[in-house]
Design a protein around this ligand. Structure first.
Ligand SMILES: O=P(O)(O)OC[C@H]1O[C@H](OP(=O)(O)O)[C@H](O)[C@@H]1O
Length: 310
């Protein structure tokens, strides 16, 4: 298989959600760029740079919402080199560093966020977030007796992945349909969800249904915490850019949509939770209020990435 075909294969797995999760797609893209940079044949340094830029763009176009993807690709492709060998090594080193830092970040988020879970708490989570599950897992491993309520997360049912992971960990879990959230919210002590994007003013873009959960939590006076690596924050939003909400195929919701003449399916993959509904954002750099998101973007991601790529 040609090196570019391997990149295309990874891109298709991300687009189809065979590889999914904002963190997982970012690390998969980094690994794919490393594999490609080490394998691609190039006639010149310019040819190498052009080919690696094409590979990066193939991966970037797979999921329009997850800023983890664009941040990861930018971090991997941000290097100085004088020749092809230098560039190959720089991309490989950046990719390895991103993947290692991403894994460490999830662990750190678990350590920090789990302190917000008390003995006997019931935690509600949505979709399937490595960062959110790390918080829950760390609380369980620290000996706290907790219960989890997990939503099934239609239409792709990522919640079934979540209950499988929690079951393996030995954590008592209840599965609910998404529309049962308000009915159970009075039994919930803390909501913990992941993030696809956090904007400069602390707004959360996450799996569809998150915003409703935040509404229900606010009405029930239940704390709402986001677990997110710093590369989930969006530098572009500092400069006024809007986050694209990915619309996915109608057949994910209604397989036989084609038999209807007057029916259209709307299938946004994510929704927007205003920062007013978020009590805490737990990152590997620490637990912050949504209003501190700008500092994360400036201190941890650096504006120069946006300025250089603008
Ligand atoms: O990076 P981690 O915390 O694993 O997941 C973050 C978010 O990515 C997922 O999106 P999708 O299921 O890939 O569409 C969910 O929205 C989840 O909350």
């Amino acid at each position: 298989m040609k090196p570019i075909d391997r990149v295309t294969e990874t891109a298709e797995k991300i687009s189809s959600m065979e590889i999914r999760g904002a963190g997982r797609i970012a690390t998969a893209a980094a690994a794919s760029l490393k594999e490609y940079a080490l394998a691609v044949q190039a006639e010149s340094f310019e040819d190498f740079n052009q080919k690696t830029a094409v590979a990066a763009d193939l991966l970037l176009k797979t999921r329009p919402t997850a800023v983890s993807l664009s941040n990861a690709i930018r971090m991997v492709m941000k290097y100085k080199a004088d020749d092809i060998d230098g560039a190959r090594q720089a991309i490989a080193t950046n990719a390895d560093r991103f993947i290692e830092n991403s894994q460490k970040a999830v662990e750190k988020i678990g350590q920090i966020g789990s302190k917000r879970i008390r003995e006997g708490d019931t935690v509600l989570t949505h979709c399937n977030s490595n960062a959110a599950i790390s918080v829950i897992s760390a609380a369980h491993k620290s000996g706290k007796n907790i219960k989890v309520i997990a939503t099934e997360s239609r239409p792709r049912f990522q919640g079934i992945t979540t209950i499988g992971m929690l079951d393996q960990m030995g954590i008592e879990t209840e599965l609910i349909v998404d529309s049962a959230v308000r009915s159970v919210m009075n039994d919930v002590d803390l909501v913990v969800v992941g993030a696809d994007v956090i904007t400069a003013n602390g707004t959360l873009v996450n799996k569809i249904g998150t915003a409703q959960i935040a509404l229900c939590a606010r009405e029930a006076r239940t704390s709402f915490m986001v677990a997110a690596e710093t590369y989930k924050f969006s530098p572009e939003t500092i400069l006024g850019e809007l986050v694209t909400i990915e619309e996915r195929e109608a057949t994910e919701v209604l397989a036989d949509i084609s038999k209807y003449k007057h029916v259209r399916v709307r299938n946004p993959a994510f929704d927007v939770t205003p920062h007013q509904y978020i009590d805490l954002i737990c990152t590997e750099a620490g637990a912050i209020s949504p209003e501190m998101s700008y500092l994360i973007i400036r201190e941890r991601l650096g504006w120069e990435m946006k300025v250089e790529s603008s």
